[in-house]
Structures are given as C-alpha cells and as structure tokens.
Design a protein around this ligand. Sequence first.
Ligand code: SIN
Ligand code: MN
Length: 227
Amino acid sequence: MKPNVQQIPAATALAAAAAVSGLRLCPGYLDRSRQNELLAALREVLAVAPLFTPRMPVSGRPFTVRMSNCGPLGWVSDVNGYRYAPAHPETGRPWPSIPAILLEAWQELGFYPHPPEACLINFYGPAAKMGLHQDRDEQDFDAPVVSLSLGDSCLFRIGGRRRNDPTHSFRLHSGDAVILGGGARLAFHGVDRILPGTSTLLAEGGRFNLTLRRVTRPDSQNIGLSA
Ligand code: SIN
Ligand code: MN
C-alpha cells in the first residue's frame, strides 16, 4: 500500500534512524480509529491507576511529566530511587493489566518472543519535558522498548550510549511508534518539548506516551522487583 504523506518520515527522523543503529520508526503506525481505541483503553487503565507525580531520587524534586503504568510491574520514582514495583505508589493497588491493543503492538513491532511486563504511561502537559536518560532499570536489555504516542506532537531527542554522544531530534506525532532495540536499546533519549495544539485527539490537550518494556529476564522467576 502506498504510504500517505504523514507516514513518510521527516528528513530529521530519517537522519536519526540512519545514525542510531537499532532505532526503528513507524510513523502513523496507529491510524485515527486505532488511536481512539487505544485512548479508550488508556482511560480505563487510568480510572483504576490514576496519574501520579513522580519525584527525583534524593532531591525529591517533582517531574514535569505525570505517570502511571499497566502490567505486572510499573516504573516508579521517588526519593528512594527509580525502580519497578507491582503496585501504584498512591493507591497501593496492583497495576491494571496491559490492554490487548498494546500487546498486539508489542507482537507486531517488538520481534521478541516473550510478553511485555510493564507499560509506562507518561502524560505531558504543554510545559512538560523529559531530560536525556537511558532506560536501564530493566534486567533484560535483549528485549526492545516499544513506544507509542497519542495527542500533541513532541520534539523527541536521541543520541548514543554515552551521554555526550551527538544527538538528533525529530518530531513524534500522534499514532507514531518508536522501537529502541539492538544498539539503540541503551541510547540516551528524551523529550525537549511538546508542541501544544498539534492534535485534536485529546480533549484536554497534551501528549501521552506509552512504553512497553520487558523487565525480568525470561528465565528468571522474580517478578516482584520492588525495592
Ligand atoms: C520515555 O523515555 O519514557 C518517554 C519517551 C517519550 O515520551 O517519547
Ligand atoms: Mn525512556
């Protein structure tokens, strides 16, 4: 099928994909009706596991991004550090299960034979951003991180495995998928800024990003990783 204009990656995204080995991009992976389907599933998750404000280790400074999770494990951060935990830090309830539409995306995009164990849900209001970081709180770096975006576009930045490696930035739009696998699994990445008003998907505006992760190694039995 001939891709429509929105599915042709911008030159900046192509440059990043060429420069960062293992970075895969699927612009327009979810069409508008699948985005609405995912959004409806996400709203159900958030009704059980509301967004919370994570805090930086040690300083306790709040993130500008609000978060929640679904899956057996969820990523949390507070003064005690970053970690995966089986329950919501405020409600104490287990995270809801990962919706089928996300499991399908993992199967289609992840090329990994075991299911994801965590899906981090990030919500960015108009002023939120995320500094350059690596996703390295998992035990299994053979599995990719599969990321889906909904709502306003953002300026995404990605570099190499060292903090000072050169970086590339490009726009991610609602429905786009990014896969960090292979050489890109430990690439530094972050979100410079949100581009408010670029999508009509979310009535409240802003951007959701969902990242599916494998946390434990498949041969390991220790699913409860809370510190
Ligand atoms: C993340 O690194 O957890 C989120 C990346 C994004 O918002 O696209
Ligand atoms: Mn990340």
